[in-house]
Design a protein around this ligand. Structure first.
Ligand code: TXA
Ligand code: MG
Length: 340
């Protein structure tokens, strides 16, 4: 398949948006920029388009997709029995990097939710994504536009590296501002439950959802046979090809630890960069979790260009957005954590 590149950055914005919408209406699949990561978009009503998304990504069929909407009216086409608290969350966190799990609406293709009776829904803030959804007049299912298991894409080039020749088009927009996927909260259980941390932090969520529970899988590996509230959390994820380890400890111990290594690389904080004697990449200041989030996936992809056997990644604090960065990195390291 020939993958079209639709450039939305220059004068081509309107053309890119209308071409992408047409492809979606015709049952095709298109990668689009959002404020979190690039998504691989398909009509949430079309079983065959959804199947093509799973196939292009090599994604396990039981890992459900997030459905994206451009306005609150569309929510009723996606979900049913919507509780008041969902509207309170929508008012506070939409449009933006926040997803809620609700009872699934009838018209949504079963393949979207991998057989579950629930659906995850989000209203992105990125203008290109919103314009494409509203012009297509369809709720749009969109997982991250990467090959399943690899780091999520935050630039059009990342998408092209993974999916060129496997999808109808890529809308080339700006690099993603947030850099990690949306916060996912389930509103179908007895209490609201955080399934995946993101830029909307636990502290922000608790302003609306006072009794929010943080699911165990956010920071821990599921035990053999345990079922995941969010199926996506059980898979190896975000991993570079280089064998990765997450390292916890202060800057001094991290620098000392990595400087003893040979044939390895370090992913470090800006503050440590000049003290490290092996191959290294900084992912931002340890005091600036938003920047760490913005850079983390790009850095994980860059690690593979260093041609080393192992990479040691300095773990961020678990405060605020740091929790979400930590959640991605512990998966990238397949839960291999070294405590100094
Ligand atoms: O920021 C984002 O959310 C990006 C952009 C493209 O919008 N999308 C994204 O999609 O991250 P994906 O497919 O890579 O991640 C979807 C996550 C998975 O962990 C999945 O298990 C969970 O949402 N999920 C989807 N539907 C669910 C459901 N019905 N119940 C529980 N978890 C669900
Ligand atoms: Mg993903």
């Amino acid at each position: 398949m020939y993958t079209k590149i639709l450039d939305a950055t220059a004068g081509g914005y309107n053309n890119a948006v209308s071409t992408a919408s047409e492809i979606l209406k015709n049952g095709g699949i298109v990668a689009i920029p959002t404020e979190t990561v690039y998504g691989l978009a398909a009509s949430a009503y079309s079983d065959s388009a959804i199947k093509a998304v799973f196939e292009a990504k090599g994604r396990p069929q039981d890992n459900p997709l997030i459905v994206h909407i451009s306005d609150l009216e569309m929510l009723k086409c996606v979900a049913r029995d919507i509780p008041d608290v969902a509207y309170e969350c929508a008012k506070r966190f939409w449009p933006g990097p926040f997803t809620m799990v609700l009872p699934k609406g009838k018209k949504i293709a079963d393949s979207v939710s991998g057989g579950l009776d629930t659906v995850a829904v989000r209203m992105p803030s990125e203008k290109t994504a919103r314009d494409i959804i509203s012009q297509s007049m369809l709720p749009i299912a969109a997982p991250s536009a990467n090959t399943s298991g690899l780091p999520s894409p935050t630039t059009a080039q990342h998408v092209i590296n993974d999916l060129d020749g496997k999808i109808d088009a890529v809308v080339k927009g700006n690099d993603c501002d947030v850099g990690i996927e949306s916060t996912v909260v389930s509103l179908v259980g007895e209490k609201p439950r955080l399934l995946r941390p993101g830029a909307i932090t636990v502290e922000m969520l608790r302003e609306v959802l006072v009794d929010l529970i943080v699911d165990d899988a956010v920071l821990q590996q599921l035990r053999e046979g345990e079922s995941a509230a969010s199926p996506g959390m059980k898979y190896k994820h975000y991993a570079p090809k280089t064998d990765a380890f997450l390292v916890e400890g202060c800057s001094n111990s991290f620098v000392r630890f990595v400087n003893q290594k040979t044939d390895c690389a370090a992913v470090c904080f800006e503050e440590e960069y000049y003290s490290i004697n092996i191959k290294k990449i900084s992912y931002g200041s340890k005091r600036d979790e938003k920047t760490l989030a913005k850079n983390v996936f790009s850095v994980l992809r860059d690690v593979d260009k260093l041609n080393v056997k192992e990479v040691y990644i300095h773990a961020p604090s678990k405060e605020g957005v740091g929790l979400a960065v930590y959640n991605r990195l512990i998966r990238a390291a397949a839960f291999k954590v070294i405590k100094l």
